[in-house]
Design a protein around this ligand. Sequence first.
Ligand SMILES: Cc1cc2nc3c(=O)[nH]c(=O)nc-3n(C[C@H](O)[C@H](O)[C@H](O)COP(=O)(O)OP(=O)(O)OC[C@H]3O[C@@H](n4cnc5c(N)ncnc54)[C@H](O)[C@@H]3O)c2cc1C
Length: 288
Amino acid sequence: MKKFDYLKPHTLEEALSLLSQYGDKARLIAGGTDAIVMNKQKKISPDVLISLQGIQGLDQIESNGTFKIGALVTHRTIEQSERIKKRFPLLAEASSVLGSVQIRNVATLGGNLCTASPSAETAPSLLVYEAEVLLVSRMEERRLSLPSFFLGPGETALDKKEILKEIILPSPPPNSLGAYLKLGRRKSVDLSVVNVAVLLTLDPKTGICERARIALGAVAPTPLRAKETEKILEGNLLDERLIIRAGDWAKQECSPITDIRGSAEYRREMVAVLVAKAIKQSVKLPRK
Ligand SMILES: Cc1cc2nc3c(=O)[nH]c(=O)nc-3n(C[C@H](O)[C@H](O)[C@H](O)COP(=O)(O)OP(=O)(O)OC[C@H]3O[C@@H](n4cnc5c(N)ncnc54)[C@H](O)[C@@H]3O)c2cc1C
């Protein structure tokens, strides 16, 4: 690995000023579970690593009013947070199956999003919760929806002089139920072959699905919402036939590739299976 300087600013302002000073020669680092691997594999070769670990406040969860998760909050904190488990259980579930405990102890939510892997564990859950990211630079702050943040594999809307400060989560409507499902080649410490999040809002009297949010990961250049499939569910009772149809529809909404983890055809079929399974799990229908 190429030698680099390691800088540890104590404030966001200091970090932003270092980013401006070093420009292309610098790289931010949070938990380092992606950045160090990329460095070793020579996918990046910065002269300077700017650690965000010393910046106070970036590792906080705020739940008074708008729910905000600091970019430096680790997956271990998320999976154990009672506030997140209660209000955003799909995110807690996603963080709890990322890597191993050792990885989750250091890896951060912000790092997971900024790496912009199509299979990013937390992306489908954050997409169904309609989360936004707050990006800050020395000049301005901007809030982006996740679909506008993810541009392609390894590519985000982050400017070189920006830092992801926090993830903002609006409250889901009352009576919302959901599930996050990950298919990996083995049960733990593996990236997703396909991952799916489903969030449904049902009318408590009629059981009719008022609102559906479905997101898919590892089956397109970026994690994505399956919006046509959502429309199929909305306004309807979720019976077995409709659920199977929704799964079949979802597989038309993705564009998977073949790689070492699975073929495009397999991934497409698994989207249908996982979407149907996640809908059933959300509404607690028995599985067939
Ligand atoms: C053994 C192992 C298993 C893994 N398993 C999984 C898995 O199951 N699922 C999965 O999705 N991922 C997995 N990962 C990948 C990784 O752990 C996660 O993506 C993690 O969340 C990255 O967070 P980090 O804090 O370590 O990021 P870092 O490695 O510190 O940073 C990642 C990237 O984001 C940038 N960055 C980080 N924070 C910010 C910020 N606040 N603002 C701007 N840019 C920023 C960095 O410059 C870098 O480019 C695994 C990694 C390993 C090594």
